[in-house]
Design a binder for this molecule. Structure first.
Ligand code: LMR
Length: 406
């Protein structure tokens, strides 16, 4: 039977990372995978994470027992407060939330997809933004949920194709699942404004669509935790039944530790507490059969920070350091391109938000900039802003300038 297994292509993003690492050119620049780098192009261990790690290591009670199936409660409860905007969120006050610790954001999207594949009774099709994080496609396909697309990015403006998005969601079968990036859309860096979110919410309400939020960048996008969860908070205030996949990879710099959470929020109802208990019981069964129970290390680190007001404040400071440096790099790249008079408009680089910018470079240009300048970005022209720093931004701008003029 081994003969029937076909060769699969390498994952494009991890393949890019491998190619970058193998490149010996001293000027090489990694604008590929979405992972934060400091001004020296080095990974950054958040100072607050170092402190929490110390605390953890010095804890004489620490052992290596299993976590409960749904994960560490001190972590999941704070994770829910974080995304829902605090303990006084109506969903938390009314006990309409259940949370399960997952294998970071990917595991959360998977658990959510699996849960919906099993129990969702609406139109079982998920609408993904075009484009979206590539992994969304295979996660939903793997559990047998068919995929449809809604327009999202306008090539003309390098901004949101709001009319196209609304028309597609309007035309979707009633009760479809709609995947929304809570903030810092990956790969485009283009987010709806709060006014546009309100319109999207109204459209989803009328069409009885089901919102599935993916939140990988809270606090990392703007530096403000409450700004980056504004869309989720608005939908919850409107009484939506919804789910949220939450990653702590980027905002804690815990990429390899796989700390994340999946939340289900039900609508206000007198029996909401029993409904949520039934949902929690099914999630526990799914989790048990998939991973048994989640890994502890990253969740313990995050839990220490989330439960200590002083460390929490320090974490916010660390978030501002990361988002601030990225915003500075956006300004620097745009300024350099404008200074060079590079053909085209470059305001989208500073208009877009979060880890990524959708440059507008075409696939042949992306391949050319890789071979000629050793600058690595995904084929769709997405650059990870975190890969830019004060030492390479001019080199990158000049390379883009050269490629665009060819
Ligand atoms: C990215 O899109 O670069 C990140 O979210 C990393 C990943 O897992 O794809």
């Amino acid at each position: 039977t081994a003969e029937v297994v076909p060769q699969a292509p390498e994952d494009p993003l991890f393949g890019l990372m491998r190619a970058y690492r193998a490149d010996q050119d001293p000027n090489k620049v990694d604008l590929g995978i979405g992972a934060y780098r400091d001004d020296n192009a080095k990974p950054w261990v958040l100072p607050v994470v170092k402190k929490a790690d110390e605390t953890l290591r010095n804890d004489p009670e620490l052992n290596h027992e299993y976590a409960p199936i749904a994960g560490i409660a001190s972590f999941t409860s704070k994770a829910a407060e974080l995304i829902l905007g605090g303990a006084d969120s109506p969903a938390i006050r009314e006990k309409r939330v259940t949370s399960v610790q997952t294998i970071s954001g990917t595991g959360a999207v998977h658990l959510g997809a699996l849960f919906l594949a099993r129990f969702y009774t609406g139109s079982k099709k998920v609408y993904l933004s075009d484009p979206t994080w590539a992994n969304h496609n295979q996660i939903f396909s793997n559990v047998g949920i068919p995929i449809a697309k809604y327009p999202y990015f306008s090539k003309e403006t390098s901004g949101l194709d709001f009319e196209g998005m609304k028309a597609a969601l309007h035309g979707a079968p009633e009760g479809s699942i709609v995947l929304l990036h809570a903030c810092a859309h990956n790969p485009t860096g283009v987010d709806p404004t709060l006014e546009q979110w309100k319109e999207i919410a109204e459209l989803l309400r009328v069409k009885k669509h089901f919102p599935f939020f993916d939140c990988a960048y809270q606090g990392f996008a703007s530096g403000d935790l409450m700004k980056d969860n504004a869309a989720v908070r608005y939908f919850v205030e409107q009484g939506f039944e919804l789910v949220i996949a939450q990653s702590f990879a980027k905002n804690f710099g815990l990429y390899g530790e796989r700390a994340g959470c999946f939340h289900v929020v039900t609508s206000p109802a007198s029996d909401a507490e029993t409904t949520i208990a039934r949902i929690a019981s099914q999630l526990a069964i799914l989790q048990r059969s998939e991973i048994s129970n989640p890994p502890l290390y990253g969740a313990r680190i995050a839990s220490i920070v989330l439960n200590d007001p002083k460390l929490f404040a320090e974490w916010e400071e660390n978030l501002r350091t990361m988002s601030g440096r990225i915003i500075t790099m956006r300004k620097a790249l745009r300024a350099k391109l404008e200074e060079l008079g590079t053909p085209g408009t470059w305001n989208h680089i500073t208009d877009q938000i979060g880890m990524f910018s959708f440059t507008g470079l075409t696939e042949p240009q992306v391949l050319k900039i890789r071979s000629d300048f050793h600058i690595y970005m995904t084929k769709n022209g997405r650059i990870s802003m975190a890969g830019l720093n004060t030492k390479n931004v001019e080199y990158v701008a000049k390379a883009i300038d050269k490629i665009v003029r060819e």
